[in-house]
Write a protein that binds this ligand. Structure first.
Ligand code: NDP
Length: 244
């Protein structure tokens, strides 16, 4: 692969599995220095070993604003700056709204929405300094909501709204904001659903179609962040062909 990201420094949140792990590997193969954050540091150690270039593993809990600040500081301090932040950490605890365990709503809002906002806030001084790029891993659920996915969609609609406002605030300073909206990807995401009916439905859906692979989303991230500085890829919606 061309080393199109030679000299660039990237921080990927939620890099211990799925899309974040694939993105960290793809950007590393393209020449970037990668800081990889997540709570499961044992999984990050495996990523460090498999990556093509230098990867800095960082213990990160995006629900904790201090942890987000520390991760950004550690990445920028270790590599001498930060060019790209990929806000990927997320959870999907879907299920019907009536009778839901509202503590799961709070976890989703804190992780998917506030977590991405905290990390963005911490990284912005670096991105502004270097004309950097913010990548938000949103979802098709950031564009359309469906029964059973109300709160998850609310977090992803929130990410999209926050990102569009920020885009308008920072684009004149050369910072690009990219929203990636994948459909169904074969990862661990649905394994954490606690509602048995919703979890079984998600598993059945996964088995019935050719899902996206984490690498497909990583390719979309790589495409967006490797464009010349005057090209802002603001939004990429990608679905499995079989997903209606
Ligand atoms: P995974 O479950 O494989 O990955 C989720 C990642 O988020 C893990 O690395 C996990 O790491 C991390 N994470 C969760 N909570 C926290 C936290 N509090 N602090 C730091 N990291 C955290 O799922 P995916 O790869 O599928 O999900 C990645 C993103 O892609 C999510 O934002 C998801 O909403 C989005 N997405 C996924 C789709 C899919 O079909 N799979 C479709 C569209 C979007 P750890 O537990 O080690 O902290």
């Amino acid at each position: 692969m061309d080393r199109v990201l030679d000299g660039k420094v990237v921080l990927v949140t939620g890099a211990s599995s799925g899309i974040g792990e694939a993105t960290a590997l793809a950007l590393s193969a393209a020449g970037a220095k990668v800081a990889a954050g997540a709570r499961r540091t044992d999984r990050l150690a495996g990523l460090v070993e498999r990556a093509a270039g230098e990867v800095l593993a960082l213990e990160l809990d995006v629900t904790d604003e201090g942890s987000c600040r520390d991760a950004v500081s550690a990445a920028a301090g270790h590599f001498g700056g930060l060019d790209v932040l990929v806000n990927n950490a997320g959870i999907m605890l879907t299920g019907p709204i009536p009778g839901a365990d509202t503590s799961e709503w709070a976890r989703m809002v804190h992780t998917n929405l506030l977590g991405a906002m905290y990390t963005t806030h911490a990284a912005l001084p670096h991105l502004l300094e270097r004309g950097g790029t913010l990548v938000q891993i949103s979802s098709t659920s950031g564009r359309t909501a469906s029964a059973g996915g109300g709160v998850y969609a609310a977090t992803k609609f929130g990410v999209n709204g926050f990102s569009e406002a920020l885009r308008q605030e920072v684009t004149a300073q050369g910072v690009r904001v990219v929203v990636i909206e994948p459909g169904m990807v074969d990862t661990e995401l649905a394994d954490h659903i606690t509602d048995p009916v919703t979890r079984a439905a998600a598993r059945d859906m996964m088995k019935s179609i050719r899902t996206l692979r984490p690498e497909d989303v990583a390719n979309a991230v790589l495409y967006a962040v490797s464009q010349p500085g005057h090209v802002a890829v603001n939004e990429i919606l990608l679905r499995p062909t079989d997903q209606v």
